[in-house]
Ligand binder design. Sequence first.
Ligand code: SF4
Ligand code: SF4
Length: 173
Amino acid sequence: MRKEELTFWEQLYIPQIYEGLKVTARHFFKNMKGHIARLLGRPVKDDETVTIQYPEERRPLSPRLRSLHRLVKRADGTPRCVACMMCETICPARCIYIVAAEHPNPDIEKRPARFDIDLGKCIFCGYCVEACPEDAIRMDTGILEFAAYTRQDMIYTMERLLAHEPMKITSQG
Ligand code: SF4
Ligand code: SF4
């Protein structure tokens, strides 16, 4: 393949640098206009990129959002889960660990003696929620920030999962 020789003018790269700066400046001023309009409470055009000042400012979350899991409680505070293992079986990341035990109530066959989710492995596919025949696990807490310093802290035990509450929907995203 023949290599094209660059002309002296092309070797200077000045037109290319100028073109790049032109594009950057165009976007800069357009977006700044959007920011000012937003500060003044005016509508922002669709093609203006306005950065949300996270974490002070947050976008409203969609009710369909898959966020951190929670285990649904019965009226007496015990987990609704019947340890059927459907979620553990379907989980593609293999990050649910359940140990089943006899339920004290003879009408309910089993209960989870242990129910851990390793959030360090979870891919937030939502299959566990879909597979549950008891609607005992949900991903509607709205919690998106759960970084931890150790892998161990990323393992959410049954107690932690039961303590989560559903998010309060204020407006749809
Ligand atoms: S969301 Fe998906 S990966 Fe995470 S625990 Fe549920 S099934 Fe497993
Ligand atoms: S699928 Fe539902 S009921 Fe079955 S073990 Fe999982 S959370 Fe419990």
